[in-house]
Design a binder for this molecule. Structure first.
Ligand code: KG4
Ligand code: ZN
Length: 333
């Protein structure tokens, strides 16, 4: 069985994984840098790049050791080549190039967004194209029509903040720490989602995109007004954000035509209320709802290896990206 090594370093997770074409994640390791960034309340690119540089090589060695494999057993090396924080992306890509060169293996320069877009198929072999994917993380908020390997249509993106970023900023306003999404969700459980009147940017708009900056500013003003309990603010923020997500996703479903499923990925997919709202939207459209396991929703290297495998299978295992492939801070699908 063929084996692909995946490497991910585009944000604040340093990750390596070994994946086979029959969807077995033979080994994977993810080193989170949350502790390093927590004092700053957000990801600091310089700190992230340095941490990737220190951790990646031992992490790859440990991942290979977990599987009882060596570089010689690997058939290709897939690394995130963008988009993301450029210092971190360069660390991962340069490491992959060195391993590819040393081992005489094909290099696969993977678009991180393609990794997210195809990851649901790693978890679920029955998931067929085309499907509509909501990708909602700290860095991205997009609706993608996934029509096939290499065939992605971006139906919507955010014109300001990503959804996870809005959760993180709300957490900061409410002094809940970093990363903020899970803390906001926990506090929201104790609050009334209708207590605080908050805006729902672009709700009902013919414009396809997302916007969360106005919502975040409204949370800040409401906090400064000091009228409402923090739990009510958290719950009302979460409800407003969900209303926006559902409205935008409903619009994209209408624009997408026939799809086999509604799929969610990205860190925000961990949010139970977001999931429940999407599940009910899918049910209204008589669609399957697919949410991959959390470890595949947040940044990981298995999805990068898997995107490499999907591209390799499409090419009959003849593909190899050039060794001078440059890291890309921006790389729309
Ligand atoms: O995919 P991810 O691990 O990293 C990238 O940003 O690419 O996503 C992290 C984001 C953060 O903004 C985090 O606050 C958010 O996902 N998040 C959540 C929850 N868990 C993580 N947002 C809302 N509710 C959650 N339970
Ligand atoms: Zn990501």
């Amino acid at each position: 069985m063929r084996l692909v090594l995946g490497i991910e370093s585009s944000c604040d997770e340093t990750a390596a994984a070994l994946v086979t074409p029959d969807r077995v994640i033979v080994a994977q390791r993810i080193a989170s840098q949350d502790d390093a960034h927590r004092p700053y309340g957000g990801v600091v690119p310089e700190i992230a790049a340095r941490a990737h540089a220190e951790r990646l090589t031992p992490l790859i060695a440990a991942t290979l050791a977990d599987a009882g494999k060596t570089l010689a057993d690997v058939d290709a090396i897939a690394a995130t080549a963008g988009p993301g924080l450029i210092g971190g992306v360069m660390v991962g890509l340069v490491t992959a190039k060195a391993l590819a060169m040393a081992g005489g293996k094909p290099l696969l320069a993977i678009n991180h967004l393609e990794g997210h877009a195809l990851s649901p198929r790693l978890a679920d072999p029955t998931l067929a194209f085309p499907y509509l994917l909501l990708l909602a993380s700290g860095g991205h908020c997009q609706l993608l029509l996934v029509e096939g390997v290499g065939q992605y249509r971006r139906l919507a993106t955010t014109i300001d903040d990503a959804l996870g970023e809005a959760f993180d900023k709300t957490a900061k306003i409410l002094a809940l720490g970093f990363p903020g999404g899970p803390a906001v969700e926990r506090l929201a459980r104790e609050g009334n989602p209708r207590a605080v009147p908050l805006p729902r940017p672009l709700l009902g708009s013919a414009e396809p995109h997302f916007s969360f900056a106005g919502l975040k500013s409204a949370v800040l003003r409401a906090k400064e007004a000091a009228i409402h309990a923090d739990a009510d603010l958290a719950a009302s923020f979460q409800q407003a954000a969900i209303d926006c997500v559902i409205d935008r996703t409903r619009r994209a479903l209408a624009a997408a035509g026939e799809v086999t499923a509604l799929v969610v990925a990205g860190g925000v997919a961990a949010n139970q209320s977001v999931r429940a709202a999407l599940e009910s939207l899918a049910a209204q459209h008589a669609l399957r709802f697919v949410a991959p396991p959390q470890v595949l929703c947040t940044d990981n290297a298995a999805m990068i290896a898997w995107a490499g495998i999907e591209r390799m299978e499409q090419s009959g295992w003849t593909l190899s990206d050039p060794l001078d492939f440059a890291a890309r801070p921006r790389w729309p699908l």
